[in-house]
Design a protein around this ligand. Structure first.
Ligand SMILES: [Zn+2]
Length: 224
């Protein structure tokens, strides 16, 4: 046990979606006015920030397509609690999904009360990009139906909560489909791995290996 603890101090726990800048093995999510960071990042137009200029913003994102540190498009997606109307959200999502597909990188999905819109998108687009649903905390039955698609699930602080949807789903979700993240919380990423380790009966190192394997399977761009 002691050995494992010493080793795990040396392991990097990859963080697939974070708003904290400057960490290694993490995908920093760029928001409007952030500018392009000198680290691995994701860039997209969040439904909260969709305005009439979104197509111009998307052109800027497309212009950095060849930047090897651009690891994903997003977060983007659907939010029926906050943001613009569903029609605009769908249009912007389709465009961003198309860009992700064209570059060959995953899309990081933000989805709040918008599962039906995601399902509608999947119905109309038989070849979607790889999608990582970040901060997943929906009913496991919804997730189960999505396993047929190239959809992955990124787990964050919701797995710390007893009996949450996220906790229930991580126990059923195929290991090939999992990622971990801190999002906008101050919780260290190691704590998320420790919790997942307890829930899944695998060591944190095994989990770190698993998610890197998952990443390398879906992307040619290296996470550093
Ligand atoms: Zn986020």
């Amino acid at each position: 046990m002691i050995n494992q603890n010493i080793q795990s101090d040396l392991v990097h726990f990859p963080d697939f979606h974070t708003h904290q800048k400057g960490n290694v093995f993490s995908i920093f999510n760029v928001l409007p006015d952030d500018g392009i960071p000198n680290q691995c990042f994701s860039w997209g137009i969040h439904p909260w920030y969709l305005n009439e200029n979104w197509e111009k913003e998307l052109e800027k994102i497309a212009a950095s397509s060849s930047n090897p540190q651009l690891l994903a498009i997003g977060e983007c997606g659907f939010d029926l609690i906050k943001g613009s109307g569903p029609k605009v959200q769908m249009k912007a999502f389709e465009a961003q999904a198309q860009l992700a597909k064209k570059i060959g990188i995953p899309l990081i999905l933000h989805c709040v009360k918008g599962t039906h819109l995601l399902q509608e998108y999947l119905k109309n687009h038989p070849e979607p990009p790889t999608i990582i649903w970040h901060g997943f905390n929906q009913n496991p039955q919804i997730a189960e139906k999505l396993l047929f698609f190239p959809i992955y699930f990124s787990f964050g602080k919701a797995i710390l909560k007893q009996n949450s949807n996220a906790q229930q789903w991580i126990e059923k979700c195929p290991l090939e489909k999992i990622f971990f993240e801190t999002d906008n919380s101050d919780i260290p990423i190691s704590e998320i791995y420790q919790q997942a380790s307890l829930l899944l009966g695998l060591s944190t190192m095994q989990l770190a290996d698993q998610v890197m394997e998952n990443w390398n399977r879906i992307s040619n761009r290296k996470m550093t």
